[in-house]
Design a protein around this ligand. Sequence first.
Ligand SMILES: [Zn+2]
Length: 408
Amino acid sequence: MTGFAYAAAVVPLLCCSGAVRAAAAIEVSTEFEGGKIGKVERVSETHLRCAVPGEVDQDKRNRQPSWFYFRLEGLGGGELTIDLTDLKGEYNYRPHDGAGLRNMRPVYSYDDRTWHHFETAEWNAAASEIRVRLRPAGPRVWIARQPPYTQRHLQALLAGAGWHPHLRQDVVGESVERRPLLLLTITNPAIADGGKKVIWLMARQHAWESGTSWVAEGAVRFLLSNAPAAAAIRDRFLWKVFPLPDPDGVFRGGVRFNANGYDLNRNWDVTDERLMPEIYHERKAIYDWVDRGGRIDLFLTMHNTEAADFIQGPAELAPLATRFWKLLVDGSAFHQPKAPRSAPSAAGAGRGRLDTPGALFRDRKIPAFLMEQMVDTSPRLSRPPTVEDRLEFGAALVKAICAAVEEP
Ligand SMILES: [Zn+2]
């Protein structure tokens, strides 16, 4: 979220009485959780050019223009044209021309709850821009990169599930801006934990990757459901879930860095309590668990990317990765035709570049993986994933992980 609110210039209009009045100009706002857009230029009454602001890291590098979420008000009945501009950037210290975003299909909503993908999004390669059009069905519309998920969604989930005797909520620390870092524990407490397999799930280390929050919500909803399979899982497994590991980024409509500019899925080798308290506290919760004798059968951090689904982990974990991958591909729309990739060796990562699975495996031999899911058109779905797809995938993910760690 930014402090930015833009009201386009009012245009004088002759009304039926003959008096001059101000036409209702389109107003652009980001004054809400997760809201973000850059400079807005008005080309005409119905055509806006909206710069995607992106975000840079602690060295002012790696600008990734991956998130926007804004509201337009005062819409008339005519067709609206929105150009999303300024899509060039830098990823892992390599400049890119924005072409990785060419298949982007942003979403719109008339109530900030139900999201629809734009029918078409035209990629202008020469300008590195995306154009979307809409004939709005009402006076206001929200537009976003993918369906947003903020604290209000998480609080609604927990308000509905907080009573559940198999759910425990702990705060493991605070973010830079002093927001709580929540850790959920889901298991049947009437059965001793000693014989249970233990799974850790982390969503949304990168704020723009809201699809991972919907998957986490789907997983939690399934785990706490009345389905017999879910009850059996709660008897045999203990699940730990970090639902929102970068609450500051989610609040301000960030991309992939914490409030001090640190990438929360890097820097696990240079963790600093003051600069990146999110990593410090989350890592401590995991290592404390292991150091007190707790087992971890599988750890997964979930991410979004433009155009690929894949699981990645240390080469030594290939058998478990392959079981997990096969089960996931069979049980969901996960699109990874080939066996999981081995992550680059943690030993070869430059200073500040060690990611979460690399650190967990290097430091405590935790079977830790990263999973990417595409936000644009999935070959298996033949469309970009919707909120319903993400929720459904969350349940399939729980089943695949449980089966993967239970197999010999
Ligand atoms: Zn990510």
